[in-house]
Structure formats: C-alpha cells, structure tokens
Design a protein around this ligand. Structure first.
Ligand code: OAD
Length: 229
C-alpha cells in the first residue's frame, strides 16, 4: 500500500463543533494565548489554566468525530495512513484511525510537573488543583504550551519523509515547527491541501488545493486518489 501521511489542524474538528484558533470567533480571539497556554500562565494563575482546559475537555466529551474523521479512518483500507495532528482532541482515534501522532499533546491526559514521563488518562472533564502524580506533584494538562519544545517533532519529520502522498487538512500553517513539516515531503510525493480558506504554502505544480471543508474536501480527495492507490 502507498503511504499517506496526513497533517491535521483545528479545521479538521470544526465540523464536530470545536472552535479553531485564528479565525474570526476563534479561541485566540476570546483568550490571550499567553494567559492560558504558556508556562508563565501556569506559574501565574493555575486555576485559570486548568479552567481553560477543563472547558475544552467538557466540549470535547460532548462532541463526536465528523465525516472527515470517518473518511480518514476508512482510507486505511486503501492506504497505509499515518496521521500527524496538531489537535489535542481524540476525534481521530474515536473515528477509528489507528496511527495518530499528537504533536501538541492530548487533552484527555494529564502529566506530572516533576517527571514528564508520568502521563495519566483524565477520567471525565475535570483536572483540579490538588490532583497529584504518584510522586506527589501537581498534575498539569498533557499539552504543549507556547514557548515549550515539541517532543514529537523528530518522529513526525521522519514520518513525513516516508510519504508517497502528503495531505494537509484544516491548519493555517502558522505555528512552527508543525508548519515546517511540509518541507520534509519527498520530491516525488504529491501534496494535497484541504481548507476552505487560503493557506500559505509554496507555489508548486505538485500541490493540489481543495478549497473545501474537511468532510467535503476528503470526499473529493478520495475521488481523486482512490483509482491510484
Ligand atoms: P488555526 O485556527 O490557526 O487554523 C485553522 C484552519 O482551519 C484555518 O486555515 C481555517 O481556514 C481552517 N478551517 C476552518 N474550518 C474548516 C473546516 N470545516 N474544514 C477544514 N478546514 C477548516 O488552527 P491550527 O492551524 O490547527 O497550538 O493551529 C495550530 C496550533 O495553534 C494549534 O495546535 C494550537 C494553536 O495555538 C497549541 O495550542 C500549542
């Protein structure tokens, strides 16, 4: 099977009712990113940071994978699909995708503040002040904050280098290092971009832009590529 490497962003989950970050009405219009998603924020006001992610988790538990997530799972019948997601939701997994690499962490997990290897599932929606790891330190959301390294980026870059096809869905390509992954796509691999808006990507004849939402765009992607799988 050909290997299809997919990079997804917040737009992938928009049709599940989860807000994107940088669009009008997006999360970073409502919140100052450094007040809720940075190590400084955690030092200054833990309650606020916990509340922000608890709210996100509550909405995630009330949402479901959309048609786009389901199509990506179905595509495993035809391609060796590897998903690299910037999303902290678990909608790819709930749709049935079996290989998902989370670049920015996972909302439904917590992590020790003294030992980053201690990662726990969060039951329900709430992570509270006073919830401790087995070494007795406060648990934090298992997400990457602004100013923090992205530990999975090396693995992601290696994965992109093995792509026969590369597909980008619902990301504004604003946040590095994730946005830089496109430069690792091998020269022979076609690139597809699904997004209803304009995304800053290099002008290249091997890039096909599908200017649609994730669900509709993936239907079109299937029509274009399945004969060729
Ligand atoms: P953005 O909010 O920057 O971009 C969302 C993209 O999704 C835009 O290009 C939209 O046009 C597109 N979009 C909107 N609705 C869509 C739909 N129904 N189908 C397909 N695309 C749609 O989100 P990201 O690029 O994911 O990081 O943001 C990257 C990172 O910035 C996030 O992972 C998060 C954020 O700060 C951290 O929290 C570390």
């Amino acid at each position: 099977m050909k290997r299809l490497v997919v990079l997804t962003g917040a737009g992938m989950s928009a049709e599940s009712g989860l807000k994107t970050f940088r669009e009008m009405g997006g999360l970073w219009e409502e919140y100052d990113v450094y007040e809720v998603a940075s190590p400084t924020a955690w030092e200054r006001d833990r309650e606020l940071v916990l509340r922000f992610y608890n709210e996100r988790r509550k909405l995630l538990l009330d949402s479901a994978p959309n048609r786009g997530h389901l199509i990506l799972a179905e595509l495993e019948d035809s391609f060796d699909v590897r998903i690299i997601t910037q999303n902290v939701d678990d909608l790819h997994e709930r749709a049935g995708s079996s290989r998902v690499l989370h670049l920015h962490g996972e909302l439904r997990k917590s992590r020790s503040t003294v030992d980053p290897h201690l990662i726990y599932p969060i039951e329900g929606w709430e992570l509270k002040e006073g919830d401790l790891c087995e070494k007795g330190s406060q648990l934090r959301p298992h997400v990457v904050w602004f100013g923090e390294p992205v530990p999975a980026i090396g693995e992601a870059a290696e994965m992109v280098q093995t792509a026969d096809l590369f597909l980008v869905i619902g990301t504004s390509m604003n946040v590095y290092p994730a946005a830089g992954l496109i430069s690792y796509v091998p020269g022979h691999a076609p690139i597809f971009i699904i997004d209803p808006n304009v995304v800053p990507v290099p002008d290249s004849s091997r890039i096909t832009i599908i200017r649609k939402k994730a669900g509709e765009g993936l239907e079109e992607f299937m029509n274009i590529t399945l004969n060729d799988a």
